[in-house]
Write a new protein. Structure first.
Length: 368
């Protein structure tokens, strides 16, 4: 993968990058290939796909033949009445590209925001924006990406890293999640490791179903996390410090399993998308994550535990106009409808406003 230059004017993501597939393709050929494959997946005919990819039919056809020769593998197949279909190899390339872009775009977000600040005219006062460091979530990412009038810069971090950033004043709010099997006291003690409750407020956003992600059809007949060790399956893990990693470790301990006995335990990814892509591409047999990621990558899902996804903010920020606006959006029909349409999500019983540390502990105790 090669890093390219930034753009010369502010935009949503001013940092661009491209794949180096290692087979002698130029940067433009690599970009056009990924774009064309995505269009073929959607339209299933080369004619419509070439139009969508802004390529002539001749150029699109030549690009596919060139790339198949360089890779030594077919990218598409044709069948009577079925149109043009991507091969498994091409699907794996697209899944990897999607996971990489999701991760890298979020890693680049702070630099992109800083560039926009530098390039902004000095006489223009920027709108009030919230900087949120948050544990990765598909519904939240989609909502932030496509929502209107959301003055938010979202930086994906593990739950622990997000809370640490909040305690240091590096962001205005943090997104984190708590295992549903915890007690209220466990939740309060864990939060107390990073935050002084009297200086912070908390807002429950949604519940999510976590479980095991496995290949389509569950060919290895995996039923529980105990099977991962018993069958010596290749695992793909989340990064240390993420809330999901904490859930994995606690489930392993509850089943008397030792991490060092699980192949791939040290194979870490930073998002639910990346975990699902690793399984879909055959790099791993099993992972742990949210149900929506399994569905997005056409994987089977074995439910294990639910969690509660929340926001934390300093009390001074929690009552600000920008934060009040964000909370109203969380409480609105548009966000609730997005959650209802995504598998494994459940709208939390939202309070009218941020809760104090004691109120939040009681809330969690009542709903766990």
């Amino acid at each position: 993968m090669s890093q390219l230059a930034t753009t010369a004017h502010p935009c949503r993501n001013p940092i661009r990058w491209n794949w180096d597939f290692g087979v002698g393709l130029s940067d433009s050929e690599s970009i056009n290939l990924v774009t064309l494959l995505a269009a073929l997946r959607e339209h299933q005919t080369l004619g419509r796909a070439s139009v969508a990819a802004h390529l002539s039919y001749r150029v699109a056809w030549g690009l596919l033949r060139t790339c198949e020769g360089r890779f030594g593998k077919l990218l598409v197949t044709k069948g009577r009445g079925r149109g043009t279909r991507l091969t498994d190899f091409a699907e794996q390339l697209l899944q990897l590209d999607h996971a990489a872009r999701s991760t890298l775009n979020e890693l680049h977000a702070p630099w992109a925001t800083r560039l926009q600040e530098i390039l902004a005219p000095s006489d223009v006062v920027p709108p009030e924006r919230l900087r949120i460091a948050a544990s990765h979530d598909l519904a939240l990412a989609d909502w932030i990406e496509n929502g209107r009038h959301l003055q938010v810069d979202m930086f994906w971090r593990g739950s622990e890293e997000a809370l640490l950033a909040l305690s240091r004043g590096e962001c205005d709010a943090s997104g984190f999640h708590l295992p549903g099997f915890w007690t209220g006291d466990q939740a309060a003690n864990w939060l107390g490791r990073w935050l002084k409750p009297r200086h912070f407020a908390f807002f429950p956003v949604m519940r999510r179903q976590h479980g095991l992600l496995v290949a389509t059809g569950n060919p290895l007949s995996i039923k529980s996390i105990a099977d991962v060790a018993r069958l010596s399956l290749r695992m793909v893990n989340r990064q240390r410090g993420s809330g999901t990693r904490g859930m994995i470790d606690q489930l392993l301990a509850a089943n008397g399993l030792q991490a060092e006995h699980i192949p791939g335990y040290t194979h870490e990814e930073f998002t639910h998308d990346a975990v699902a892509a690793a399984i879909a591409s055959g790099q791993a047999d099993v992972g742990f994550g949210i149900e929506a990621a399994a569905i997005r990558y056409d994987l089977d899902f074995i439910p294990q535990e639910r969690d509660l996804y929340c926001l934390a903010a300093r009390t001074s920020i929690a009552s600000s106009p920008a934060m009040r606006h964000l909370i109203r959006r969380f409480q609105g029909d548009t966000f609730h409808e997005r959650l209802r349409l995504m598998p494994g999500y459940e709208v939390s019983a939202m309070p009218d406003e941020f809760l104090t540390g004691e109120q939040f502990a009681n809330f969690f105790r009542d709903c766990s």
